[in-house]
Design a binder for this molecule. Structure first.
Ligand SMILES: *Cc1c(COP(=O)(O)O)cnc(C)c1O
Length: 413
């Protein structure tokens, strides 16, 4: 293992699903001098990043930007719109859904946690953690709530602990079909800017995101995209909030400023990230991630190991979860790969700890960095004695060679 003072040879392969590899162009932009956050240049920067984030969220409505990790924006979504004792309907897609639930309970909300009713022979300990949200279960629950006690439905768009996405438009249709007034809140912390996400078109009331995943920035900023209905709810909501309060931040941000000191240098980075992403076009960015994900899945299939996501309709374009045979400690394999090849993979979280690891395909990647990841994993699996059906490296090479890349962040740098 490297010590912090020894300069490693070559680059570390940061293949966890966030923080993602940051393009050099963004790191350089962040090294500019810190400026007066009340001065005239800052107002220009603030307006620029807010307008860019509206494009990324695909919304015409306000976006709040916080100097905080994604967890802060989770809290902001709930505390701005709800009152103590309100009931929220959440859905167990994995560890991040479970953490959002815990946060809601700590705020004094009543949580109903829907779970997938099926069973899973490959992962009996966490069957629902291989599936996306079932909108019909949400519709069924809301239809029975004739008194409208449920004030919000909260779902995770891209469940980073599993590599499974959920159909957010279907959740909106379910709420509408039940003729229920609940707000729809969506965690797209790891989905935004890698997987297609449409705040307005999908009728989302509060979208929650963060900087260190698809936006290719270091950790430290997070976002709420709002709807008019969410803003309306915030006027009567009684949960205490001050730092997170939308009224001040939305009003000041309209002029490009914040009620407190925002993290200036991360906003330089955000401005650069928006130039890269919007310069390429979101459709191209989404296509690139889909193609990478298919290449990585080709490798996992060639190894003969189960992909955590059991439903091909909702494979994540951002990361792929790999389940190891019973009795193999996935964390020991990860540790070996890190020590031998300077490659970091995502650990199994919560119920799936030790059973799986996660391969990230987001951020500043390209075909060859992903092949390096696949190569490091293949060597590590063999060294750990995991029986493999075939070569994932060969399968991924065949996939990447068969179609040209629709562009990488580097090609415009
Ligand atoms: C990373 C992540 C979070 C947590 O965000 P932090 O920045 O660690 O606070 C929450 N939800 C999802 C889906 C994530 O990927």
């Amino acid at each position: 293992m490297q010590t912090l003072d020894a300069h490693p040879s070559g680059r570390h392969f940061l293949q966890i699903p966030g923080p993602s590899p940051v393009p050099d162009r963004i790191l350089r932009a962040m090294s500019l001098p810190t400026i007066d956050h009340r001065g005239p240049e800052f107002g220009q920067l603030g307006k620029r990043v807010l307008a860019g984030m509206q494009q990324v969220f695909q919304t015409q409505h306000p976006v709040a930007i916080y100097p905080a990790s994604g967890t802060g924006a989770w809290e902001a979504a709930l505390s701005n719109t709800l009152s103590p004792g309100d009931t929220v309907l959440m859905y167990e897609t994995g560890h991040f859904a479970t953490l959002w639930r815990r946060l809601a309970e700590r705020l004094g909300l009543e949580v109903e946690f829907l779970t997938w009713p099926g069973s899973d022979a490959v992962l009996p300990e966490a069957p629902g953690w291989r599936q996306g949200v079932r909108a019909d279960l949400i519709e069924e629950r809301l239809s029975r709530d004739t008194a409208h006690r449920i004030k919000a439905v909260c779902v995770v768009h891209n469940e980073t602990s599993t590599g499974v996405t959920s159909d957010i438009a279907a959740v909106r249709r379910a709420i509408d079909a039940a003729r229920h007034p609940a707000l729809l809140m969506v965690d797209t912390i790891s989905g935004l800017a890698s997987a297609d996400f449409r705040h307005d078109e999908w009728g989302v009331d509060v979208s929650v995101s963060g900087s260190q995943k698809g936006l290719m920035l270091p950790p430290g900023i997070s976002f709420n995209a709002l709807s008019p209905k969410a803003l309306e709810a915030s006027r009567s909501a009684k949960l205490p909030r001050s730092f997170w309060a939308w009224d001040e931040i939305v009003e000041m941000s309209a002029g490009g400023y914040w009620p407190y000191t925002p993290n200036t240098n991360l906003l330089y980075g955000l401005s650069e990230a928006l130039d890269i992403l919007l310069g390429q076009g979101l459709a191209q960015v989404f296509a690139r991630h889909q193609r990478w994900a298919a290449g990585v899945r080709a490798a996992v299939n060639a190894w003969g190991l189960p992909i955590q996501c059991a439903d091909p309709k909702v494979y994540s374009p951002v990361l792929t979860g790999v389940i190891l045979p019973p009795g193999v400690d996935a964390d020991a394999v990860r540790k070996l790969i890190h020590q031998r090849f300077d490659l970091s993979l995502g650990t199994g979280l919560g119920k799936v700890k030790g059973r799986m690891f996660r391969m990230g395909h987001l951020g500043d990647s390209n075909d060859l960095t992903l092949l390096a990841m696949v190569g490091g994993v293949e060597m590590g699996l063999k060294l750990a004695g995991v029986p493999l059906a075939g070569s994932g490296v060969q399968a991924a090479m065949a996939h990447f060679a068969a179609s040209p890349s629709p562009g990488t962040p580097a090609d415009v740098g």
